[in-house]
Design a protein around this ligand. Structure first.
Ligand SMILES: [Cu+2]
Length: 642
């Protein structure tokens, strides 16, 4: 029966995992201003729900203790603080000084910095020397620093470095024409220009190249190709139901969360198996993204982005449009975040929920019975982020056979710069006249707090191994699987291995399926690649997490950020390497998996001027979680003659 989500929303009560409301954000900021005397010079880096722990949720104590976590700083002296504010009685319950930490960058700083630079006489003069005089077509784009690359004279400042770009026309691609060799360095707390690094030799004496960097049809002389309409309709409505932020579809049930940093968060994912709701994951999200540009020139050597820890996938989330971003019968959820003054900011249609046809689920053609076939349908929960020039599109897909697929698509505009004739750097692809796109990598760290049939789980490395030729195996055909239990955190550091087709099985330790096996889900890597970077590199020092495909830790609610809570201007990775140095036991306990996957982006001409999506993904597949194919009960589709 089709459900009408609008009506269910009204009936649903608030849940302890629901993100903060606009009113709650206002109250939190007001409470801190009042109790701690925060004046106009203070900024809020993040205000988010302090999520109840598993114990608190289980004991149903969470309703009684709703509170917010805040990181804020004083621009006058650069000092940062972490706060907790109770939403039960509007009191500051924690106020902790964070010496030497730089909170995440904010959207306001990005805009304020662009405005300041575009009106700065020194920037205007530097551009005029290069023949750029129409400042309305100029864009500056501030990036964060790593500590090792900060000049000694600027240590301790909240520092940013910027690119300068010029649009070819009023609506031209802002990232089409890089002003190569020109980089303002900015004190973000005072919002002042410290200096301009100007390396005119980076540009050709003949001037900047003639680049065709446009993607708007009106700016390109071309005929658009013809395509006939393709419509997706569900005349009887969708087959999912939304109760507040609780989503039910087919046998799946989960809660939809959202915060400034991870963006979409999926809570309490379970599968209804014959009337029994079986837990699979307590929480699924992206905890960090590391994008090192692998190019040593003056334009790119600082370019290592932490898109989650520095900028925040939530803050970067953009509104979705029906028919373009999502096709069919869509249910959207808004996201409520805030600006750096603590004012709520609402992103309309931030999360998209819809069903998709997915081709064939299963099929057999029998001589006697004929063809028996089922179409696969999947439920997709997605959100899109725009981090300056680049887009990440995130899709969590739930299937009728118990599979979960997480896919990320990368698109947008590649960073490019120009080079003098005959001197193209070897570390990027030529994409236009004297213009190249540096090679780079996108490492995403998914935080997978799996609870297979509840909490005590053990992770096994699962490998295939051919047996040697022997009397019992005369043709050398026998293939066996080897399972190695990962008992401590050092064993939990795992790498992708093509030679053994390694995957990781997360098994319940206290329950058995109908075959007597431990119910499990398998993490199947699909987008793993080695870091290919010197261990002494500052980029690697700040993100040692990229050195492995998988890390496993025992559940600790405070362990959330794989490169540390404050990767902005960080010197080292204070997250996973530090936690796992204790080598805690991970066997038969509540485990968290940290899966590193992404895109090794060897750039190519076809990615220019706008990049067709590149995709990467991983799967969570049931392995003995069910006794047999759990999708036998999917009904056949009505067939239309022909
Ligand atoms: Cu890329």
């Amino acid at each position: 029966m089709a459900n009408r989500p609008e009506q269910q929303d009204a009936a649903a009560g608030a849940h302890p995992l629901d993100p903060l409301t606009a009113d709650e954000i206002r109250r939190v900021a007001a409470t801190l201003r009042q109790e701690k005397g925060l004046n106009d010079g203070w900024r809020f880096a993040s205000i988010e729900l302090a999520e109840p722990t598993k114990d608190e949720l289980a004991a149903r104590r969470a309703e009684l203790s709703r509170s917010a976590r805040v990181v804020c700083w004083n621009t006058a002296d650069g000092q940062a603080y972490r706060a907790a504010v109770s939403l039960v009685d509007d009191q500051v319950t924690r106020w902790e000084y964070l010496p030497g930490q730089q909170p995440n960058m904010t959207v306001d700083e990005w805009h304020d910095c662009d405005h300041m630079l575009r009106h700065h006489p020194q920037v205007i003069r530097a551009l005029a020397r290069r023949g750029v005089t129409d400042m309305s077509r100029v864009l500056t784009d501030v990036w964060a620093y790593g500590a090792a690359l900060v000049p000694a004279r600027y240590r301790g400042l909240r520092l940013g470095w910027s690119d300068v770009w010029e649009r070819g026309s009023t609506d031209g691609n802002p990232y089409a024409h890089h002003i190569t060799g020109l980089h303002p360095i900015v004190d973000l707390n005072r919002m002042t220009l410290l200096e301009i690094e100007d390396s005119p030799e980076a540009e050709d004496s003949a001037g900047r190249p003639e680049v065709m960097g446009e993607y708007l049809p009106k700016l390109i002389p071309m005929q658009l190709r013809e395509v006939s309409p393709l419509q997706v309709t569900q005349p009887e409505g969708v087959s999912f139901a939304l109760f507040g932020r609780l989503l039910r579809w087919q046998s799946w049930e989960l809660r939809i969360g959202f915060n400034y940093r991870e963006g979409l968060v999926l809570h309490t994912v379970g599968f209804n198996d014959g009337g029994r709701l079986r837990p699979i994951a307590h929480r699924l999200s992206f905890a960090e993204m590391i994008v090192p540009y692998r190019d040593a020139t003056v334009d790119h050597y600082r370019r290592t982005a932490f898109d989650i820890g520095e900028w925040g996938l939530g803050f970067m989330t953009t509104s979705l449009e029906l028919g373009c971003d999502c096709l069919g019968e869509i249910r959207y959820l808004d996201a409520v975040l805030h600006d750096s003054r603590g004012e709520p900011r609402i992103i309309r249609n931030a999360i998209c929920i819809h069903e998709e046809d997915d081709g064939i689920l299963w099929k057999h053609v029998d001589e006697r019975v004929g063809s028996e076939v089922r179409r696969s349908r999947r439920l997709v929960i997605s959100f899109h982020v725009t981090v300056a020039n680049y887009e990440y599109l995130v899709y969590w897909r739930f299937y009728q056979d118990g599979n979960i697929e997480c896919e990320v698509r990368a698109t947008g505009i590649m960073v490019t710069s120009s080079f003098p004739a005959g001197s193209q750097p070897a570390t990027g692809a030529l994409v236009d006249e004297r213009t190249y796109a540096p090679y780079h990598q996108h490492f995403i760290v998914a935080r997978l707090d799996l609870d297979i049939d509840g909490q005590p789980n053990t992770v096994y490395a699962s490998e295939s191994q051919p047996l040697p030729v022997s009397n019992a195996n005369p043709h050398g055909l026998a293939l066996v699987t080897r399972e190695t239990a990962l008992r401590t955190e050092s064993q939990g550091r795992q790498d992708y291995d093509w030679g053994s087709q390694r995957s990781w099985r997360v098994a319940a330790t206290r329950s058995r399926n109908g075959l007597g096996l431990a119910p499990a889900y398998k993490l199947v890597p699909g987008g793993s690649f080695p870091p290919l970077i010197d261990a002494s590199s500052p980029a690697f020092q700040r993100a040692e997490v990229i050195g492995h495909t998988l890390w496993v830790t025992p559940y600790q609610p405070e362990e959330r950020w794989p490169c540390g809570e404050f990767p902005n201007m960080s010197a080292a990775d204070y997250g996973l390497p530090a936690w796992t140095a204790r080598d805690r036991p991970i066997e038969d306990t509540d485990v968290v998996l940290w899966h590193v996957f992404g895109l090794h982006h060897i750039t190519r001409p076809e990615d220019w001027p706008i990049m067709p999506v590149d995709r990467t993904s991983f799967w969570l597949k049931p392995w003995g979680f069910f006794d047999r194919n759990p999708a036998l009960d999917v009904p056949p589709s009505p067939h239309h003659g022909g």
